[in-house]
Design a protein around this ligand. Structure first.
Ligand code: ADP
Ligand code: MG
Length: 460
């Protein structure tokens, strides 16, 4: 393959290679929208609809693409590839535009200061791209403090814990990125406990444990992700314990993440646990609705995507479990929109969310059911609930019913507002917040809420 005009042939051959190795639907979704733009002796330039797309492809299919290129071009001439990103997402933008230096994301090179061992830090994971909300504020503040003065605060080690997809890895790597970019740490090792364990086993087999341990003892900052994977790995824990002590004594910063509070990390040596417990432990709670909306808005803004507010709100209202799923929903939406060449609007997002939910929550709970259960409980009728009455019972019943409507139906906040006498979506947001606060601070109230919920669910 010599002339640059052959890039279409190369790309088509690559597509054939990939097609045989991944599911048809995946291929259609992710590979059909890609266009080959040009080729140089080093690189094949591809155009994708948006940055999300690029990240998804790069994160999931880079290997297969590289293999395809190697296979097709034989001598490995073209094992590097780049992706062109258009300015903004638009279906009019189908024609390949000319690549400029800034448009092209080239292979990510390891940052200066990063060392071979361990895993590369993702440069996207910085504090600026981490949206703050009530659930993660404290964790972020601690992370920033540690990044600004590694080893010098009393937060050593810092332990961040929280459920899956809530931003632990993001925060952990942001600490590394920040400390490296300000020069406050020169050698940063980021590694998941899994990789640490595998690396240790490999080192043992090759009689290279001294090197292994020397390496980890030489860093300014050790960022260890998902410590729960250390459970029952006695030898690795032993090794880590010594590394930990050594780093600690030399006032090097250690940051750990786990998916549960340190006290609940069964299968970890007592002495290791007691080290963790003497540390600062911060948790990350699931994001509330406003934070979910803010996260999606930030992602859309960062990637120059023009997504209507109601679409963002719809995603944030329906996907609540974690941020990774939120992002996944957005990516799927973009993929659909680019593949079908249709605008991103409410009907499209409803379709996509329905697909994601699958059979998960095809809720048949209606807003009328909710209103009648809550009404009966507070002894008020439907007219009062949707009317203008402001007595304590009426106002409370309305807020509770609105909150349930958000939790149990797939209706957007705007629509819920309409069901309650044409109220604004912000009234619904306020109502949910009020109920959440009240339940948090008042166990008796929380029991009442639980009873109502039980009743509602039993009606289905
Ligand atoms: P965890 O390690 O807790 O499972 P991650 O750090 O991998 O979660 O986060 C999952 C995804 O959600 C990542 O893409 C991350 O960038 C994003 N994310 C998490 N929290 C936030 C936040 N507060 N603001 C913006 N993006 C976030
Ligand atoms: Mg993680």
């Amino acid at each position: 393959m010599t002339g640059t005009a052959d890039f279409q042939v190369v790309w088509n051959d690559c597509l054939n290679y990939v097609k045989q190795r991944i599911p048809a639907q995946t291929f259609d979704t992710w590979f059909l929208p890609i266009q080959a733009l040009s080729m140089t002796p080093e690189s094949l330039f591809l155009q994708v609809p948006n940055k999300f797309f690029y990240e998804w492809i790069d994160g999931h299919y880079r290997d297969v693409l590289e293999k395809a290129l190697k296979y097709v071009t034989g001598n490995g001439l073209l094992i590097k590839y780049s992706v062109l990103i258009t300015d903004s997402y638009s279906k009019d933008n189908q024609k390949p535009s000319t690549a400029t230096e800034n448009d092209i994301i080239t292979d990510r090179l390891p940052r200066t200061g990063m060392i071979e061992r361990g895993t590369k830090i993702n440069e996207k994971y910085i504090f600026d791209s981490f949206v703050e909300g009530s659930g993660n504020q404290f964790a972020k503040a601690a992370a920033v403090a540690v990044a600004n003065a590694p080893g010098k605060t009393s937060f050593n080690p810092l332990v961040i814990y929280g459920g899956t997809g809530l931003g632990k890895t993001h925060l952990l790597q942001a600490i590394g990125n920040e400390a490296l970019s300000t020069g406050r740490a020169k050698r940063v090792a980021y590694v998941s406990s899994d990789s640490f364990t595998l690396d240790f086993i490999a080192a043992t087999q090759k009689n290279k444990t001294t090197e292994f341990s020397k390496y980890y003892r030489s860093v300014d900052m050790l960022l260890l992700d998902d410590v729960q994977f250390f459970q029952k790995k006695e030898q690795t824990q032993e090794q880590f314990f010594h590394i930990f002590n050594d780093l600690y004594q030399h006032r090097r910063q250690i940051v750990l993440t786990t998916d549960r509070p340190p006290m609940e990390l069964r299968g970890l040596q007592e002495r290791l646990l007691s080290r963790f417990q003497s540390s600062l432990t911060v948790d990350i709670q699931p994001p509330d609705l406003e934070t979910r909306i803010a996260i999606l808005q930030k992602k859309a803004e960062d990637d120059k995507l023009d997504i209507p507010y109601e679409v963002i709100e719809y995603i944030a209202t329906n996907i609540r479990s974690n941020i990774r799923e939120l992002e996944g929903a957005m990516i799927r939406l973009l993929a659909h929109s680019s593949l079908l060449s249709v605008d991103i609007d409410l009907p499209l997002v409803q379709k996509v969310i329905k697909e994601i939910m699958g059979t998960r929550t095809t809720s048949s709970i209606s807003i009328e059911n909710i209103q009648s259960v809550v009404g009966a409980f507070f002894k008020i009728n439907l007219d009062s609930m949707v009317g203008n009455g402001r007595t304590k019972e009426v106002a409370e019943a309305r807020m509770v019913a609105m909150c349930f409507a958000r939790d149990y139906t797939n209706l957007s906040l705007k629509t819920i507002g309409l069901y309650f006498g044409g109220r604004d979506h912000s009234t619904v947001v306020h109502a949910c917040k009020w109920v959440e606060n009240r339940t948090k601070n008042d166990p008796e109230y929380s029991t009442k809420i639980a009873e109502m919920k039980k009743k509602i669910v039993s009606l289905v």
